[in-house]
Ligand binder design. Structure first.
Ligand code: FES
Length: 105
């Protein structure tokens, strides 16, 4: 599964992840700056937030209520935001494009 992660400077990195991993896990394994994931994927820190590319937004499983609540705490979250630990990768995500924020809180 190939994923493109952009940073705020517009630099893009192409990552390869296995199905079954979360988007956060793939980012952390690849040392992506800006994904802190301090809770380790428990959906309780909101420091794994990414902005999902417009073309992909409708193709992801909708946010859970829990994710919604956590996103309210995330730094500069907007309607394109998702918590990367809550996106479990499968073949349907091949080509996913997200942007990593400059800062997380
Ligand atoms: Fe903490 Fe995603 S890693 S909410």
């Amino acid at each position: 599964i190939t994923i493109t992660m952009r940073n705020q400077d517009g630099h893009a990195r192409t990552l390869h992840g296995e199905a079954g991993l979360s988007l956060m896990e793939v980012a952390v394994r690849n040392g992506i700056d800006g994904i802190e994931a301090s809770c380790g994927g428990a959906c309780s820190c909101a420091t794994c937030m990414v902005y999902v590319d417009e073309s992909w937004r409708a193709r992801l499983v909708p946010r859970s209520e829990f994710e919604e609540d956590m996103l309210e705490l995330a730094f500069e979250a907007d309607e394109t935001s998702r918590l990367a630990c809550q996106i479990r990768l499968g073949p349907e995500h091949d080509g996913l494009v997200v942007t990593v924020p400059g800062e997380q809180t």
